[in-house]
Design a protein around this ligand. Structure first.
Ligand code: C2E
Ligand code: CA
Ligand code: CA
Ligand code: CA
Length: 272
């Protein structure tokens, strides 16, 4: 028993070391990851649930690390926020996604728009608006073809957020509130912020008891009552689509593995 305990200690200890080493490696390597061309964007379609047509895509970043393999954004975005690298990464994402939507427009996919995630630190950066303007000018993308997705954590400072969202709105860029329903401030922010859409967090669609459906209906109606577009995230089964369509006659949009997992531009293009 004693030696087993010892092994366990070694096991946990080395696992912890691995985690610490992994984080240190990521912190260090993030610095040159853009230069080295290690980021790629995947795209996930957004569907009109009534017509089943693709109306747009969301850009989702991945990091191809030479030793760690594909690192998901859930792992490195937080680190990039700590180190401040998120601003450069966010600008790379914006630039790349704008180029991609421009290319798709030129190929004749006129009706599509591109949704791009913006992290808290990036949104709060003093150069955010000028960076966005510069990227729009450089890529020649039409501002109304892009939609920026921000989360509630971004809007903790309502005064600053309203000002930034107003500037984006004046530029003709759309904005949506991501992971909607997961934070306590959801309701109050809706009346103060110039947003165009809410994206209902995927946790709300996972179960389908009567209570869950009632909850989903309430959240969707909040969006409709504020004249916002409603997007439901994390749709994996046909029954979920049926349930959503039974709730409301309004147009509902959805994203999820049922329609497509996020994939490369070439893969997604085949679905258009
Ligand atoms: P998010 O913006 O809420 O993006 C949706 C996430 O849910 C994506 O994970 C997507 O792959 C996943 N997903 C989509 N459909 C389904 C489904 O049917 N079932 C399940 N279980 N999952 C689904 P991903 O790509 O790993 O991104 C995770 C988060 O990382 C994003 O959540 C977003 O907050 C952040 N992120 C991704 N790309 C960027 C980026 O370019 N910039 C910033 N700042 N954050 C990003
Ligand atoms: Ca998002
Ligand atoms: Ca707007
Ligand atoms: Ca989300």
């Amino acid at each position: 028993a004693k030696s087993r305990g010892g092994n366990q200690y070694t096991f946990y200890n080395s696992e912890l070391n691995n985690m610490v080493e992994r984080k240190m490696m990521m912190e260090h390597d993030l610095e040159r990851a853009i230069q080295k061309g290690q980021f790629i964007l995947h795209y996930q379609p957004k569907i009109n649930l009534q017509t089943r047509k693709i109306v747009g895509v969301e850009a989702l970043v991945r990091w191809k690390h030479p030793l760690l393999g594909t690192v998901p954004p859930t792992e490195f975005i937080a680190i990039a926020e700590e180190t401040g690298q998120i601003v450069a990464i966010g600008n790379w994402v914006l630039h790349t996604a704008c180029n991609q939507i421009k290319k798709w427009k030129q190929m004749g996919y006129d009706h599509l728009h591109m949704a791009i995630n913006v992290s808290a630190r990036q949104f709060e950066d003093k150069n955010f608006i000028s960076d966005v303007k510069e990227i729009i000018d450089k890529t020649g993308v039409h501002p109304s073809d892009i939609e920026l997705e921000i989360t509630e954590s971004v809007v903790k400072n309502i005064a600053d957020s309203s000002r930034i969202l107003k500037e984006l709105d004046l530029m003709g860029i759309r904005a949506s509130l991501d992971d909607f329903g997961t934070g306590y401030s959801s309701l109050s922010v809706l009346k103060d912020l110039l947003i165009d859409a809410i994206k209902i967090d995927r946790s709300f669609i996972q179960e389908h008891t009567d209570a869950d459906i009632a909850m989903m209906k309430s959240i969707m109606n909040i969006g409709f009552n504020f004249n916002l577009e409603v997007i439901v995230e994390g749709i994996e089964h046909e029954q979920q689509v049926e349930a959503l369509l039974a709730i409301s006659n309004r147009t509902i949009f959805g994203q999820g593995y049922l329609f497509s997992k996020p994939a490369s531009a070439e893969e997604i293009e085949k679905l258009f």
